[in-house]
Design a protein around this ligand. Structure first.
Ligand code: TYD
Length: 141
């Protein structure tokens, strides 16, 4: 499968190791400070996204580094660095996308079986969130 062409700032592709053990499944391996470019302090995943009108994200972070994966199914990742935007179809579990600081992101168009996995460089901190888009735009001027 082709890799997406990342055009926005503070993003990029994080490819993790994939071992196809078919017919006994596929194995995916993410290693901190190797394939993942930071120490992982937090992991979270999102499932039960069957409502096709669901939207998640809609924020940016001040300092947090994250890598987002679609480990099952598919969804659309919308990225906005304040100057340019792009959409990425997420459906290849080995291709994570970096959500670096000051990158507005939204997740939508989930398949009924979609499961999202996120690796984060720090613990949860609501003060690191920018949830107001106008404020985000001002900060990226
Ligand atoms: P949020 O990050 O806005 O979710 P998403 O980006 O997936 O749409 O978080 C949703 C809620 O969950 C919000 O009230 C904060 C809380 N939350 C935690 O308490 N800890 C966490 O690690 C995360 C990711 C969210």
């Amino acid at each position: 499968m082709g890799k997406p062409d990342i055009k926005v700032k503070n993003s990029g592709i994080c490819e993790i190791q994939r071992i196809d053990d078919l017919p006994d499944g596929s194995l995916f391996i993410a290693e901190a400070e190797k394939s993942v470019p930071f120490k992982i302090k937090r992991v979270y995943f999102i499932n039960k996204l069957a409502n096709e009108r669901s939207i998640r994200g809609r924020h940016a972070h001040r300092k947090l580094e994250q890598i987002i994966f679609c480990v099952n199914g598919s969804f659309t990742l919308y990225l906005d660095d304040g100057k340019s935007t792009q959409e990425i179809l997420m459906k290849e579990p080995s291709l994570g996308i970096r959500l670096g600081p000051m990158l507005w992101h939204e997740m939508k168009n989930f398949s009924y079986d979609c499961v999202i996995l996120v690796l984060a460089s720090d613990y949860f901190d609501e003060n690191d969130y920018i949830r107001n888009y106008e404020q985000f735009l001002k900060m990226t001027e």
